[in-house]
Design a protein around this ligand. Structure first.
Ligand code: PEP
Ligand code: MN
Length: 250
């Protein structure tokens, strides 16, 4: 299968866990037409004591996925001190996580560490529904003269009241961002909005119907065994079916 749309499509596991899992997931996604592969290496867990990621060790597995399947690779950059590691590993995309995006000091440090670099920077909305903070993080990256593409990721907002979604999409906020900055592509992360795999196709369809510029989706070769976000990850085959349904691939 190959992509037949100009939407930005990024998919891969919540976390890189081991070489085999990274390569198996990348292989499955490449077969579904995915051209950019994501995996978290440093995981920002809400509470301590959970799996916190494999760290720099996973960079080599991702670089191997890039070489073997010709995919671009993406990981979360959570701290300026890891910027050089990512650049040296040939990372194509660094994304700023929803927790980091809440802190302008961290965002500025990261922008300074990437100043003038050729890397795409994707910026998740902050966990709190503060639209100006999201736009501010984008502006900090722009002012650092980053030479790659700057893209916003809508992953929903934390809410005290639990409802069907893990994170409340509050669609008006990404639409506000689009209205303010039509030049910045906004992609939807249906996985962190949904929190459960079976909702992901519905949220993806909704995002595309609202004119989002792409999807950023979690996928794992064996979701039930995932060390983080097990409930919301799709298998590469499920991602493939969804892309067919959404007419993104042929
Ligand atoms: C992730 O993409 O796995 C992640 C940790 O996301 P967020 O920063 O949106 O919670
Ligand atoms: Mn995740």
């Amino acid at each position: 299968m190959k992509l037949v749309s100009d939407k930005i499509i990024v998919s891969g596991p919540c976390s890189a866990e081991n070489r085999e899992q990274v390569l198996k997931t990348a292989e499955g996604l490449a077969a579904c037409g995915v051209t950019a592969f994501r995996a978290g290496l440093w995981k920002p867990r809400t509470r301590p004591g959970c799996f916190e990621g494999v760290g720099a060790e996973g960079l080599e597995w991702m670089a191997e996925a890039r070489r073997t399947y010709g995919m671009r690779i993406a990981t979360e950059l959570n701290s300026a001190r890891n910027a050089d590691l990512l650049l040296k590993a040939g990372m194509d995309i660094a994304w700023i996580g929803a927790r980091t995006a809440t802190n302008p000091f961290d965002v500025q440090d990261i922008a300074d560490a990437l100043r003038g670099c050729h890397i795409d920077v994707y910026i998740k909305n902050p966990v709190a529904p503060d639209s100006a903070l999201w736009l501010g993080a984008i502006e900090r990256m722009e002012r650092a003269g980053i030479k790659g593409r700057i893209v916003a990721i809508h992953r929903g907002f934390c809410a005290w009241e639990k409802d069907i979604f893990r994170n409340n999409p509050i669609w008006s906020i990404p639409l506000w961002l689009k209205a303010q900055r039509p030049d910045i592509p906004v992609v939807c992360d249906p996985s962190h909005i949904s929190g459960q795999a079976r909702l992901v196709p519905y949220v993806s369809r909704m995002a595309l119907s609202l004119g989002f510029d792409g999807l950023f989706i979690e996928s794992h070769c064996n979701p039930a065994a995932a060390l983080s976000d097990a409930a919301q990850q799709l298998t590469p085959e499920e991602v493939g079916h969804m892309f067919q349904d959404l007419k993104l691939t042929e």
